[in-house]
Design a protein around this ligand. Sequence first.
Ligand SMILES: NC(=O)c1ccc[n+]([C@@H]2O[C@H](COP(=O)([O-])OP(=O)(O)OC[C@H]3O[C@@H](n4cnc5c(N)ncnc54)[C@H](OP(=O)(O)O)[C@@H]3O)[C@@H](O)[C@H]2O)c1
Length: 252
Amino acid sequence: MRVVMIGSGNVATIFSRLIKKGGHTILQVISKQLPNAKTLATELNCDFSDNYGALNKTADIYIIAINDDSLNKLDNPFSVGDKLVVHTAASVSKSVLQNISANYGVLYPLQSLRKEIPDTVGMPLLIDGNSDHAIQLIQDFALSISPIVSKANDEQRLKLHIAAIIANNFTNHLFSLTEEFCKNEKVDFKLLLPIINETTRRLSTHSPADVQTGPAIRNDDSTIDKHLAILANYPKLKNLYRIITDSIRTNR
Ligand SMILES: NC(=O)c1ccc[n+]([C@@H]2O[C@H](COP(=O)([O-])OP(=O)(O)OC[C@H]3O[C@@H](n4cnc5c(N)ncnc54)[C@H](OP(=O)(O)O)[C@@H]3O)[C@@H](O)[C@H]2O)c1
């Protein structure tokens, strides 16, 4: 397939590398800021622009990997007849593309992607399309860049996005606050890596509710009080500690 990539951020970059590896040709990168379009295009050795007027109309698939707000505000920036157009967002309906092409859909990676982390393993691609024909085209393309491809409509993607944010983005934020706490208190954050890895490893064999540990599940109030006293200097972390402790207690 000949591909035009719209956007040059995390998803555009990771997708572009996988697409090239999958044997496809990237013709052009279009991005809002020319230097960013140029950076990705230089890596891919293709054309680039910041102007939809210069869009290469000879591609087979147009991938719009831009942030959700810009995607929602895309006001018919271009039209490509019946060429395949997809976006990569979970929480934006495929119908935002309905005036761009007769064949459109979604290619959503259910993975946390950062362009500076090229070796991310396992990327389920959730696909949708406006017709059986579009779904088939998107599925064939998706399978060439990941072995894990599933169908998910707008509503299912939205719900999975909420789940992914809670399970991934929120835990990563907790890791970030924990690292800051460890630095300030001069204890080694890296010593936590085995316990963090063990927690995620268990998920493939156990329900998380069945393997909860810690003072909240044991009702060790004296320990919780000690922790809250030390966290007095960290109001944000103290608040989260309280909320999550209550949540664990009321989940039994
Ligand atoms: N990162 C993830 O983990 C992840 C995972 C699954 C799905 N997604 C979805 O994928 C989409 C992209 O996310 P991302 O993380 O790649 O975002 P990102 O790294 O912030 O990149 C956003 C890109 O959008 C470009 N852009 C914004 N408005 C534009 C416009 N009108 N025309 C052309 N380019 C425009 C920006 O261009 P400039 O750089 O030139 O300003 C930037 O390259 C989002 O819908 C997101 O929900 C992300």
